[in-house]
Design a protein around this ligand. Structure first.
Ligand code: SAH
Length: 351
């Protein structure tokens, strides 16, 4: 099995059946320790000791969609809805700047109340006020022309997890009107426009198999994203999957490590979901090859309400506390927080 890991490290790809075999053996501690050390070594070769931070601004939990796993789905009547004003979103970024952040992620449900012009205003006002910062959007499936207008307004990156690369599996996680084809169309549009693009998936979502995960890896290899976001599935009250088991932290770490070996230069976050299932989850994510953390910059008054899943961490802390807590945690495991934009190596804006 170790020889497969060595091959992945040098060739950056394996056959689907080989990925499946590795994934089925994620519980083998000797194997996982080997993968983690290879992956974090490769990450260190490329990024040194730096861990990049992105300030996350969750600006609305209204959503028109009904994904079966998600706590802010339209049909969840228990969700306490909120949306920040455009001015409040800008203020969050300004506050983040004071705390040292130079990269912001604006995330929301698919909230029809924000028009494309509103999103462009938010992006361009952050870029005008903070020209040395990067702006990432994560606001779901839009038309190509909408993606183009956000890019022209100054957005640099877009996160849109593909959720699963297998269409039968996609069908089991989403209602009829949402299709894998459209999700993939969005990802390719974003890439062609010139964004740094992030795809990704949950580990342990209902009906997922080792083969599904192997297909996710092949999709990611073919798509060559600049970022890959993965985290464990965590059940959420008020959703059809409320009583399902959570995904495995160990398997999530194993998948992070495989993705690092496959795409050495990718930006890979140690996600909040990982930190929610295990108090040391984010540190373990870094040990497995992740190189990004996404602390919360949303106002404390709304943080608990952006609950994609139950028991989310860091919902009571002020942004300044998050910053110093992360700094401490990262230093304790021998890394430093990087404050620059942290673009994907080799990326620049098309002129
Ligand atoms: N509306 C945006 C942002 C979605 S929320 C979009 O469509 O991209 C960001 C991510 O949270 C989702 O892509 C999903 O992978 C993850 N997520 C949603 N519900 C979750 C749950 N119950 N457990 C873990 N992750 C979840």
């Amino acid at each position: 099995m170790r020889s497969l890991i060595d091959e992945l490290r040098t060739e950056h790809i394996l056959k689907q059946e080989e990925f499946s075999v590795l994934i089925e053996n994620y519980n083998d501690v000797d194997l996982s320790e080997y993968v983690f050390s290879m992956a974090s070594g490769l990450r260190d070769d490329i990024f040194g000791e730096k861990i990049y931070v992105r300030g996350l601004i969750e600006f609305s939990n209204y959503c028109r969609n009904n994904c079966y796993y998600c706590g802010i789905r339209a049909g969840n009547l228990q969700a306490d809805r909120y949306r920040l004003t455009q001015q409040e979103i800008l203020e969050c970024a300004l506050e983040g700047y004071e705390l040292g952040y130079r990269s912001f992620v604006l995330q929301s449900g698919e909230d029809p109340c924000f028009s494309d012009d509103d999103i462009c205003w938010i992006v361009s006002s952050i870029r005008e006020n903070l020209p040395d910062c990067a702006v990432t959007l994560s606001i779901g499936e839009k038309s190509r022309s909408a993606y183009q207008s956000y890019f022209d307004a100054g957005a640099d990156r877009y996160l849109l997890r593909h959720e699963t690369a297998r269409s039968e599996h996609y069908r089991k996680l989403h209602p009829e009107e949402l299709t894998l084809d459209n999700r993939i169309r969005c990802l390719y549009d974003l890439k062609e426009i010139g964004y740094q693009v992030g795809c990704g998936f949950m580990v342990g979502s209902p009906y997922q198999t080792a083969d599904c995960l192997a297909e996710d890896l092949l999709f990611i290899h073919a798509f060559e994203p600049h970022m890959v976001g993965i985290g464990p599935f965590i059940p959420s009250a008020g959703t059809p999957f409320a009583d399902r088991a959570a995904g495995s932290v160990e398997l999530t770490l194993f998948m992070i490590a495989l993705i690092r070996l496959m795409l050495p230069h990718a930006n890979i976050p140690a996600t909040t979901a990982l930190g929610t299932l295990d108090p040391m989850g984010r540190e373990k994510g870094i040990r497995a090859g992740a190189n990004v953390l996404m602390p919360n910059l949303s106002p404390v008054s709304v943080r608990k309400k952006y609950s994609l899943y139950d028991n989310k961490i860091c919902t009571g802390d002020e942004s300044a506390q998050c910053r110093s807590c992360l700094e401490r945690r990262v230093m304790a495991i021998g890394h430093t927080l990087a404050v620059d934009r942290g673009d994907a190596p080799g990326w620049s804006r098309k002129l």
